[in-house]
Design a binder for this molecule. Structure first.
Ligand SMILES: C[S@@+](CC[C@H](N)C(=O)[O-])C[C@H]1O[C@@H](n2cnc3c(N)ncnc32)[C@H](O)[C@@H]1O
Length: 226
């Protein structure tokens, strides 16, 4: 069986590689479909990534996902991936347009991986803030919270099944994604020039990236679109 996957904001195509490796874990209800051949397309605003994608045997489409016309030109596919892209789009309108585009064009499922913009002190940035620290992206970027993304998914695809899982956790302030709270930076990594930070084990692990898996129930069994 052949299936298709489209990866939005692909850069080097690493999310496609992770998806191909873990697709049956990510979408367990699709596992009865056997081991499909995947036709993969990476999409990015930067033409420089064409070589990376074509070198891996994938197709590449270059364009700006903020453009309605470009989104319209994207093909339907079995799966859409939207990993570490939303915060780059900056405007909430562009973020919801791209989210909805993925939900509408994916026949079987969508894998979203999003940086945490959660502020709570249970597993969010609140744990860091209480130690005088923060995520490096939390001031210069913005994105929907997990509850806003799940609300949007429910509104767009009320019948779909939805799973939210921590993707990556920070356990120690030495982690490069942790910076002093008062740092002004748009970098994604701590640098000594940002000033000293305390190195300590965190009292609770902090989730820095979340996965959201949306599965279209129609395709949970071994049915094929006709
Ligand atoms: C942080 S990288 C994510 C790469 C990959 N998805 C991953 O998770 O490893 C974000 C990518 O999105 C692309 N990008 C940013 N804004 C975009 C836009 N408006 N349209 C299409 N691609 C965009 C960037 O060029 C970059 O390659």
């Amino acid at each position: 069986m052949s299936m298709s996957v489209v990866d939005l904001g692909t850069r080097f195509g690493t999310s496609i590689a992770s998806f191909l490796h873990k697709s049956s874990t990510f979408f367990p209800n699709q596992s009865q479909l056997g081991t499909p051949d995947f036709e993969c397309i990476g999409v990015d605003i930067d033409e420089i990534h064409r070589g990376d994608l074509e070198g891996r045997g994938y197709r590449f489409m270059c364009g700006d996902l903020r453009s309605h016309g470009f989104r319209e030109s994207l093909p339907e596919a079995d799966f859409y991936l939207v990993c570490n892209l939303l915060h780059h789009l900056r405007s909430p309108r562009d973020q919801s347009d791209v989210l909805c585009c993925a939900l509408e064009k994916a026949r079987r499922g969508v894998w979203f991986r999003a940086k945490s913009f959660e502020e709570d002190a249970t597993s969010g940035e609140g744990v860091l803030i209480s130690e005088g620290l923060r995520f490096c992206w939390s001031r210069d970027y913005s994105s929907y919270s997990i509850s806003e993304i799940t609300a949007l998914v429910r509104e767009t695809l009320p019948e779909a099944s939805l799973r939210v899982e921590p993707a990556k956790r920070i356990r120690h302030t030495k982690d490069k994604r942790v910076v002093p709270a008062d740092t002004k930076t748009d970098s994604f990594f701590y640098a000594a020039a940002m000033g000293p930070k305390v190195y300590m084990e965190l009292p609770k692990p902090v989730v820095c990236e979340w996965d959201i898996f949306v599965e279209n129930k129609i395709y949970e069994t071994n049915t094929d679109k006709t």
